[in-house]
Ligand binder design. Structure first.
Ligand code: NDP
Length: 245
């Protein structure tokens, strides 16, 4: 909904990924002034449309729309973002259908890199419902010892410097400096920030961090593409789940 330039890019990338994977997709680019009732009406139609397996409302929504109401309106079995409270609860108890795409992408990167989470000090900076909190839960499921940091955390650098695996999901450009990282740590940068010169950068200051880290993800090109890949995975899973119903 609306004109958010970043959202347009994200939606376009998701459409392209669907095309590449052979997943049928429909895009509804709703004008800013669309009412909440109209949006809820569209979600209801898609919830009941058997040819549609997964529904994603690109966030953020305009201010006059209540984000929670929208998330709650998506049928949990079509909630490929895994933001619905039913799916959040399922993740909490470790018995889930869908994982939220960004944290799942981070876990996939860790796994594919041959990094064992078990017993590691894992520090997640950021506690949003869509990244930080589920990220911490997924690391915990893999037997990491997890610390969650946020804007009220005292002496953040002491916490981050203790991390064997550090996940930054803050939304502040170059926030985590090399001096805040433990020698040899795995550093995963979820942040996508656009600078005044229009360039993208992460939450980690790559130039100083790469000298200290044992492994580090770039921005762009690190977690971002993994997020989209996990969305495709969730969509296929939703198709299988919904077909068997
Ligand atoms: P939010 O703004 O929802 O959350 C940011 C978190 O960072 C909050 O928990 C906040 O703490 C914490 N924070 C803010 N300032 C500080 C500080 N000074 N010290 C420690 N913690 C701080 O952001 P999101 O989680 O939605 O996104 C985070 C970043 O990840 C953004 O750059 C976003 O663009 C990017 N992103 C990337 C995706 C991808 O596909 N790669 C997908 C989703 C997001 P508090 O709770 O106390 O306010």
């Amino acid at each position: 909904m609306g004109e958010d330039p970043a959202s347009r890019v994200y939606v376009r990338n998701k459409e392209r990924a669907c095309e590449e994977c052979g997943i049928y997709s429909e895009k509804y680019a709703l004008p800013e002034e669309t009412t909440q009732e109209e949006l809820l009406g569209l979600i209801d139609t898609l919830n009941n449309k058997t040819s549609i397996s997964g529904i994603l409302v690109q966030l953020p929504v305009p201010k006059h729309i209540d984000e929670k109401t929208i998330i709650n309106a998506i049928a949990p079995n079509k909630d490929v973002d895994a933001f619905h409270p039913v799916n959040v609860g399922k993740i909490m108890v470790g018995n889930y259908d869908f994982l939220p795409c960004t944290p799942a992408g981070v876990m996939e990167l860790i796994k594919e890199s041959g990094i064992d989470v078990e017993g590691k000090e894992c520090v997640v900076v950021g506690r949003s419902n869509i990244v930080g909190k589920p990220q911490a839960m997924l690391l915990l499921h893999q037997n990491g010892t997890v610390t969650i940091c946020h804007s009220k955390t005292k002496d953040l650098a002491a916490k981050t410097k203790n991390a064997d695996i550090l996940v930054a999901a803050v939304g502040i450009p170059n926030f985590i400096k090399g001096g805040m990282i433990k020698e040899g740590a795995v550093v995963i940068d979820v942040g996508i920030n656009r600078l005044e010169n229009k360039k993208l950068c992460g939450d980690v200051e790559f130039e100083t961090a790469e000298k200290i880290a044992g492994a580090i993800t770039p921005v762009p090109g690190g977690v971002g593409p993994m997020t989209i890949a996990m969305l495709m995975k969730n969509t296929v899973k939703a198709a299988i789940i919904n077909k068997s119903k």
